[in-house]
Design a protein. Sequence first.
Length: 191
Amino acid sequence: MIVIPGPSVLFTIGRALTVGRREALLTVAGNATGAYLQVVAVALGVGAVVERSAAVFTAVKLVGAAYLVYLGVQAFRHRRKVTEALAGSVSRIGPARALREGVVVGFTNPKTIVFLVVALPEFTANGAQMLALGALFPVLAVLCDGVWAFAASTARTWFARSPRRLAMVGGTGGLMMIGLGASLALTNRKD
């Protein structure tokens, strides 16, 4: 489930392409933190509420989708600044912001919510076991998403040899996030 690219992976790739490896890896750490916050919520019983309430699930999904679209629009609007960022003339996003945005995307990821609500309780008898077993999810996510971040940031280095290609990559990363947010908003629950 973790290896299959979803919102977190696509967001990480978009981040790696638009602002670089460091921010992409911080995004990965934020995503993992957000995913573990979901584990905690499921262990405390919030997962049962999300599972039973289409309205709550839809609200969480739409918040995540809107946030991805917002971040994508920002990346697209500032796509020409990627070249300047590589030259050091524009400040990159800060570590706290990269982590925070990763947490929001990770916490609102419906793929993770569905997995944790449906699968995790099947293998645990209580909340403590959920917390322990659920800790594996973000650890594996960091490893897998980290590979995606390294691969995308390596591709970004190749694109950086041409300002035109780099602006195209910045725009593409932003469009990926917008498309991901839009598809996330349009995805329905299978009840």
